[in-house]
Design a protein around this ligand. Structure first.
Ligand code: URA
Length: 228
Protein backbone atom coordinates (compact mmCIF):
# COMPACT_ATOMS: atom_id res chain seq x y z
CA UNK A 1 0.00 0.00 0.00
CA UNK A 2 1.28 3.48 -0.79
CA UNK A 3 1.51 6.07 1.96
CA UNK A 4 -1.50 7.98 0.59
CA UNK A 5 -3.67 4.85 0.32
CA UNK A 6 -2.78 3.83 3.86
CA UNK A 7 -3.74 7.27 5.15
CA UNK A 8 -7.09 7.04 3.34
CA UNK A 9 -7.65 3.52 4.69
CA UNK A 10 -6.89 4.65 8.27
CA UNK A 11 -9.20 7.61 7.93
CA UNK A 12 -12.10 5.49 6.60
CA UNK A 13 -11.53 2.87 9.29
CA UNK A 14 -11.66 5.52 11.98
CA UNK A 15 -14.92 6.79 10.51
CA UNK A 16 -16.29 3.24 10.43
CA UNK A 17 -15.28 2.77 14.08
CA UNK A 18 -17.09 5.93 15.03
CA UNK A 19 -20.33 5.07 13.24
CA UNK A 20 -20.35 1.31 13.48
CA UNK A 21 -20.39 0.98 9.71
CA UNK A 22 -18.83 2.74 6.78
CA UNK A 23 -20.71 5.96 5.95
CA UNK A 24 -19.87 8.27 3.08
CA UNK A 25 -17.85 11.29 4.24
CA UNK A 26 -19.75 14.49 3.44
CA UNK A 27 -17.68 17.60 2.72
CA UNK A 28 -18.34 20.29 5.35
CA UNK A 29 -20.86 22.96 4.32
CA UNK A 30 -19.50 26.46 3.68
CA UNK A 31 -20.79 29.46 5.65
CA UNK A 32 -22.99 30.43 2.71
CA UNK A 33 -24.48 26.93 2.42
CA UNK A 34 -25.11 26.74 6.16
CA UNK A 35 -26.88 30.09 6.18
CA UNK A 36 -29.17 29.08 3.33
CA UNK A 37 -30.32 26.01 5.28
CA UNK A 38 -32.06 28.56 7.55
CA UNK A 39 -34.30 29.57 4.62
CA UNK A 40 -37.22 27.53 3.26
CA UNK A 41 -35.82 25.46 0.36
CA UNK A 42 -38.54 26.78 -1.97
CA UNK A 43 -38.21 30.45 -0.98
CA UNK A 44 -37.56 32.66 -4.07
CA UNK A 45 -34.27 33.97 -2.63
CA UNK A 46 -32.84 30.48 -3.00
CA UNK A 47 -32.69 31.09 -6.76
CA UNK A 48 -31.17 34.59 -6.61
CA UNK A 49 -27.45 34.48 -7.07
CA UNK A 50 -26.39 38.14 -6.98
CA UNK A 51 -26.92 41.14 -4.72
CA UNK A 52 -28.42 43.03 -7.68
CA UNK A 53 -31.13 40.45 -8.36
CA UNK A 54 -31.80 40.19 -4.63
CA UNK A 55 -32.23 43.97 -4.41
CA UNK A 56 -34.65 43.89 -7.37
CA UNK A 57 -36.63 41.13 -5.66
CA UNK A 58 -36.91 43.21 -2.47
CA UNK A 59 -37.89 46.37 -4.37
CA UNK A 60 -40.63 44.65 -6.34
CA UNK A 61 -42.09 42.54 -3.52
CA UNK A 62 -44.62 43.07 -0.78
CA UNK A 63 -43.38 40.57 1.78
CA UNK A 64 -45.34 41.96 4.73
CA UNK A 65 -48.01 44.64 5.08
CA UNK A 66 -45.69 47.52 6.09
CA UNK A 67 -43.93 47.15 2.73
CA UNK A 68 -46.88 48.99 1.14
CA UNK A 69 -46.25 52.02 3.38
CA UNK A 70 -42.55 52.59 2.78
CA UNK A 71 -41.03 55.36 0.68
CA UNK A 72 -38.09 53.14 -0.28
CA UNK A 73 -36.80 49.78 0.88
CA UNK A 74 -33.37 49.87 2.52
CA UNK A 75 -31.48 46.93 1.06
CA UNK A 76 -28.03 47.56 2.53
CA UNK A 77 -24.74 48.75 1.09
CA UNK A 78 -21.00 48.47 1.23
CA UNK A 79 -18.28 46.18 0.01
CA UNK A 80 -19.80 43.00 -1.48
CA UNK A 81 -16.61 41.14 -0.48
CA UNK A 82 -16.44 42.56 3.02
CA UNK A 83 -15.08 40.37 5.79
CA UNK A 84 -17.06 42.43 8.31
CA UNK A 85 -20.83 42.82 8.11
CA UNK A 86 -22.81 45.09 10.44
CA UNK A 87 -26.45 44.22 11.06
CA UNK A 88 -28.86 46.80 12.44
CA UNK A 89 -32.52 46.59 13.30
CA UNK A 90 -34.63 48.50 10.79
CA UNK A 91 -34.57 51.74 8.81
CA UNK A 92 -35.70 54.98 10.43
CA UNK A 93 -37.25 58.05 8.82
CA UNK A 94 -34.14 59.27 6.99
CA UNK A 95 -33.23 55.80 5.78
CA UNK A 96 -36.78 55.39 4.46
CA UNK A 97 -36.41 58.61 2.45
CA UNK A 98 -32.92 57.92 1.08
CA UNK A 99 -33.00 54.13 0.73
CA UNK A 100 -29.64 53.93 2.55
CA UNK A 101 -28.86 52.30 5.94
CA UNK A 102 -27.73 54.34 8.94
CA UNK A 103 -27.79 57.84 7.48
CA UNK A 104 -29.61 59.58 10.37
CA UNK A 105 -28.15 60.68 13.72
CA UNK A 106 -27.42 57.10 14.77
CA UNK A 107 -25.68 56.58 11.43
CA UNK A 108 -23.46 59.60 11.97
CA UNK A 109 -22.40 58.20 15.33
CA UNK A 110 -21.82 54.81 13.71
CA UNK A 111 -19.47 56.45 11.17
CA UNK A 112 -17.48 57.97 14.06
CA UNK A 113 -17.34 54.61 15.85
CA UNK A 114 -16.05 52.96 12.68
CA UNK A 115 -13.49 55.71 12.16
CA UNK A 116 -12.24 55.13 15.72
CA UNK A 117 -11.26 51.59 14.72
CA UNK A 118 -9.97 52.79 11.34
CA UNK A 119 -12.78 51.37 9.24
CA UNK A 120 -14.81 53.09 6.56
CA UNK A 121 -18.16 52.13 5.10
CA UNK A 122 -16.50 51.18 1.83
CA UNK A 123 -14.58 48.38 3.60
CA UNK A 124 -17.56 46.77 5.31
CA UNK A 125 -21.16 45.87 4.48
CA UNK A 126 -24.12 47.31 6.43
CA UNK A 127 -27.61 45.82 6.37
CA UNK A 128 -30.64 45.55 8.61
CA UNK A 129 -32.86 42.74 9.83
CA UNK A 130 -35.89 44.60 8.43
CA UNK A 131 -35.66 46.35 5.08
CA UNK A 132 -38.72 48.55 5.63
CA UNK A 133 -39.23 51.25 8.25
CA UNK A 134 -41.77 50.16 10.87
CA UNK A 135 -44.45 52.87 11.40
CA UNK A 136 -43.39 55.40 14.07
CA UNK A 137 -40.10 53.48 14.49
CA UNK A 138 -41.78 50.85 16.63
CA UNK A 139 -40.01 47.51 17.25
CA UNK A 140 -40.31 45.09 14.33
CA UNK A 141 -43.06 42.49 14.76
CA UNK A 142 -42.10 38.79 14.68
CA UNK A 143 -44.03 38.26 11.42
CA UNK A 144 -42.21 41.20 9.81
CA UNK A 145 -38.86 39.76 10.86
CA UNK A 146 -39.81 36.34 9.46
CA UNK A 147 -40.86 37.92 6.16
CA UNK A 148 -37.62 39.88 5.67
CA UNK A 149 -35.00 37.64 7.25
CA UNK A 150 -34.51 35.47 4.14
CA UNK A 151 -33.22 38.59 2.33
CA UNK A 152 -30.59 39.17 5.03
CA UNK A 153 -29.61 35.50 5.03
CA UNK A 154 -29.18 35.62 1.25
CA UNK A 155 -27.04 38.76 1.58
CA UNK A 156 -24.89 36.99 4.14
CA UNK A 157 -24.54 33.90 2.01
CA UNK A 158 -23.46 35.97 -1.01
CA UNK A 159 -21.07 38.25 0.90
CA UNK A 160 -19.68 35.55 3.18
CA UNK A 161 -18.36 37.80 5.97
CA UNK A 162 -16.03 36.31 8.56
CA UNK A 163 -17.33 38.65 11.26
CA UNK A 164 -20.86 39.86 11.93
CA UNK A 165 -21.41 42.73 14.35
CA UNK A 166 -25.00 43.00 15.54
CA UNK A 167 -26.04 46.51 16.47
CA UNK A 168 -28.61 46.27 19.23
CA UNK A 169 -30.80 43.70 20.90
CA UNK A 170 -33.16 42.95 18.02
CA UNK A 171 -30.36 42.09 15.58
CA UNK A 172 -28.43 40.01 18.13
CA UNK A 173 -31.41 38.07 19.45
CA UNK A 174 -32.80 37.47 15.96
CA UNK A 175 -29.58 36.06 14.52
CA UNK A 176 -28.70 34.06 17.62
CA UNK A 177 -32.28 32.84 18.03
CA UNK A 178 -32.43 33.68 21.72
CA UNK A 179 -34.00 36.13 24.14
CA UNK A 180 -30.88 36.74 26.25
CA UNK A 181 -30.46 40.41 27.20
CA UNK A 182 -27.97 42.34 25.06
CA UNK A 183 -25.84 43.09 28.12
CA UNK A 184 -25.11 39.35 28.36
CA UNK A 185 -24.61 38.79 24.63
CA UNK A 186 -22.09 41.60 24.11
CA UNK A 187 -18.40 41.37 24.92
CA UNK A 188 -17.96 37.81 23.66
CA UNK A 189 -17.49 35.80 20.47
CA UNK A 190 -20.45 33.72 19.31
CA UNK A 191 -19.71 30.97 16.78
CA UNK A 192 -22.10 31.54 13.88
CA UNK A 193 -22.19 28.89 11.14
CA UNK A 194 -18.41 29.03 10.77
CA UNK A 195 -18.23 32.82 11.12
CA UNK A 196 -17.91 34.85 14.34
CA UNK A 197 -20.77 36.98 15.62
CA UNK A 198 -20.33 39.85 18.07
CA UNK A 199 -23.03 42.04 19.53
CA UNK A 200 -22.94 45.58 20.83
CA UNK A 201 -25.23 48.46 21.70
CA UNK A 202 -27.18 50.14 18.93
CA UNK A 203 -25.78 53.62 18.17
CA UNK A 204 -29.25 55.10 18.82
CA UNK A 205 -29.08 53.60 22.32
CA UNK A 206 -25.63 55.15 22.80
CA UNK A 207 -27.11 58.55 21.98
CA UNK A 208 -29.58 58.04 24.83
CA UNK A 209 -27.31 56.44 27.42
CA UNK A 210 -23.72 57.60 27.83
CA UNK A 211 -22.97 54.69 30.23
CA UNK A 212 -23.00 52.25 27.32
CA UNK A 213 -20.28 54.08 25.36
CA UNK A 214 -17.40 52.43 27.18
CA UNK A 215 -18.63 48.81 26.73
CA UNK A 216 -19.45 49.61 23.08
CA UNK A 217 -15.88 50.84 22.63
CA UNK A 218 -14.60 47.57 24.13
CA UNK A 219 -16.77 45.63 21.65
CA UNK A 220 -15.40 47.61 18.71
CA UNK A 221 -11.83 47.03 19.85
CA UNK A 222 -12.57 43.30 20.09
CA UNK A 223 -13.89 43.35 16.51
CA UNK A 224 -10.83 45.25 15.30
CA UNK A 225 -8.51 42.84 17.09
CA UNK A 226 -10.23 39.71 15.71
CA UNK A 227 -10.51 41.05 12.17
CA UNK A 228 -6.96 42.44 12.00
N1 URA B 1 -31.29 52.07 12.85
C1 URA B 1 -31.09 50.86 12.31
O1 URA B 1 -31.12 49.84 13.01
N2 URA B 1 -30.83 50.78 11.02
C2 URA B 1 -30.75 51.85 10.22
O2 URA B 1 -30.49 51.70 9.05
C3 URA B 1 -30.96 53.10 10.81
C4 URA B 1 -31.23 53.20 12.13
Amino acid sequence: MTEALRALHDCLSAEADLHGSLVPLEPPKSFGQQIMTLVDPVHPVQTLFSLDTLREYLTSSVLTSIDTQRTQPVFGEGNPRASIMLVGEAPGAEEDLTGRPFVGRAGQLLDKMLAAIELTRSEIYIANILKTRPPNNRDPLPEEISAHLPILYRQMSLIQPRFILCLGRIAAQTLLGCSTPLGKLRGQKHPYHGATLLATYHPAALLRNQNWKRPAWEDLKLLRHLAA
